[in-house]
Design a protein. Structure first.
Length: 488
């Protein structure tokens, strides 16, 4: 029999429905696997007691014939989602000891669907990073290694703990958030599926804010079908988030018809960037061929403002972050460094509580918003953002989805990019445009590199058309038949 931790969400739901095993057994198997994989540091907080009591409640519901869409499925929750009574750190020292008295809407939705919480997954501090190396709670190790090379690789970021836990089978699936690529890039680095839904599809309420106009929550799973199931459970209108959109949530799983005949696949010529590995370039062409073989029609398109995407993102995201992070003042929650005056207390608390990357972003953000520089940087970035979004609007007049690589390289070793913030920011070159335009994007594991590391392909969809995205993503998944597993 397949090990319980190897099952997909769909497979586990099947087994639970048939009574082949209980939610309690499924959860216990994951808790044991978590204990054996602590070297990955994928979790900041494990919640075994909560997990077991949630699993037992799930078994009871199933016996009563009241099982929900994800009943009994054990999940890791990125530690950016507020969880009632459970430590929520955002990967930062400044939130030391913070136990929210409320639950985020997305996690509430998942618990309503019957899912079980295994713990809170590690992440880059305030979701700022591409390597999970900025977490106050330590680096996360990618369960994958290069062939014949013991170096520890990064899992990507910022949802690095989520991606590593799903790849390592110490969570059946996980929540992530994506501001500039933080679901799709770690998914690609760890060989799993990650989808960033359309902005407004999932509520941001109760998620620690990084850049409010870009942040979106989404599922990280081991199959496209699982992503469809979990997105259905997470999504939905929430009056508590004014940017949440009141639109029906389609049955994403039912959309996986396997028929993409006649679908038009855009291939943006501007995505051939410097620094992209030859392997990824080849995989990208292979991806287009796979979709073509399934009956889709590749079409060359142009997204001319792509070259401005990174500078635009790295002005807008820090600007919003500098404002969002002003609330951490040592007064209401988290760390406080006592001092003689209030101002001094603020300064000492923020100096001690924030890490270097977060401080860098606050400095950049404050600078681009300050009088005299606002017009030169922030306003121009906003204009570029509109142009980037307009490129997509034009492209989507011709095509149904857009195919790009997910990342310019495979996972790198700790330290390989970390002394140069600009090199690190380049990781997001294929993903940030999608956030700037508010569109949905999915990363699907598509091949192993010559060094034996997972490589991902990205599909970008029209606003609120995750269904088509998932359908096309599943065709990539089928063609790629990615069955390799990490050595851990
Ligand atoms: N790597 C990007 C950044 O550091 C994206 C992070 C994210 O999506 N949360 O800002």
């Amino acid at each position: 029999m397949t090990k319980l931790t190897d099952l997909t969400v769909a497979g586990a739901l099947d087994g639970l429905a048939k009574g082949s095993f209980s939610a309690r057994e499924l959860t216990q198997a994951h808790l044991a696997a978590m204990a054996a994989a602590r070297h990955l540091n994928a979790y900041i907080t494990e919640t075994p007691e909560k997990a077991l009591s949630m699993a037992e409640a799930s078994d009871q519901r199933r016996r009563a014939g009241k099982a929900g869409a994800m009943d009994g499925i054990p999940l890791a929750i990125k530690d950016l989602f507020c969880t009632d009574g459970v430590l929520t750190t955002a990967g930062s020292h400044i939130l030391d000891g913070f136990k929210p008295t409320y639950e985020s809407t997305v996690s509430t939705n998942l618990w309503k669907a019957g899912a079980v919480m295994l713990g809170k997954a590690n992440l880059d501090e305030f979701a700022m990073g591409s390597s999970n190396m900025t977490s106050y709670h330590g680096h996360v190790a990618n369960p994958w290694k290069r062939k014949g090379d013991p170096s520890v690789l990064v899992p990507g970021g910022s949802s690095g703990g989520s991606a590593a836990s799903v790849a390592a089978r110490i969570a059946m699936a996980a929540t992530g958030t994506d501001t500039g690529g933080s679901i799709r890039q770690p998914a690609a680095f760890c060989g799993i599926v990650g989808i960033k839904p359309t902005y407004g599809r999932c509520s941001r309420w109760g998620i620690v804010a990084f850049a409010s106009s870009l942040d979106q929550a989404g599922p990280m799973t081991r199959s496209v079908e699982d992503a469809a199931i979990m997105l259905g459970a997470m999504a939905g209108y929430d009056p508590k988030d004014s940017t949440s959109v009141d639109m029906p949530v389609p049955d994403f799983r039912a959309a996986l018809t396997g028929d993409i005949r006649g679908m038009k696949i855009g291939i943006p010529k501007e995505y051939r960037v410097d620094g992209m590995s030859a392997e990824i370039e080849k995989l990208w062409a292979q991806g287009a061929d796979w979709l073509k073989a399934a009956g889709a029609i590749p079409v060359e398109i142009s997204l001319p403002h792509t070259k401005y995407a990174l500078p635009t993102y790295y002005i807008i995201a820090p600007a919003e972050a500098s404002s969002n992070l002003a609330r951490y003042d040592g007064v209401r929650f988290g760390l406080r460094v006592p001092a003689d005056t209030l101002d001094e207390m603020y300064e000492l608390t923020r100096a001690a509580g924030f890490g270097a990357e977060v401080k860098r972003r606050i400095l950049i953000g404050t600078y681009v918003l300050s009088a005299g520089y606002y017009d030169a940087y922030y306003l121009r970035a906003q204009r570029l953002r509109s142009l980037i979004a307009r490129d997509f609007t034009e492209a989507f007049k011709q095509v149904d989805v857009i195919l790009t690589p997910a990342t310019p390289t495979a996972a790198f070793a700790e330290g390989e990019n970390s002394d140069d913030p600009v090199a690190m920011y380049l990781n997001d070159v294929f993903t940030v445009t999608v956030n700037l335009a508010g569109l949905p994007g999915i990363s699907v594991p598509a091949a192993l590199s010559a060094e034996g590391l997972p490589l991902g392909l990205q599909l970008i969809g029209k606003a609120f058309d995750e269904a088509t995205l998932l359908k096309a993503g599943q065709m990539l998944e089928k063609a790629a038949n990615f069955t390799a597993r990490p050595g851990m």
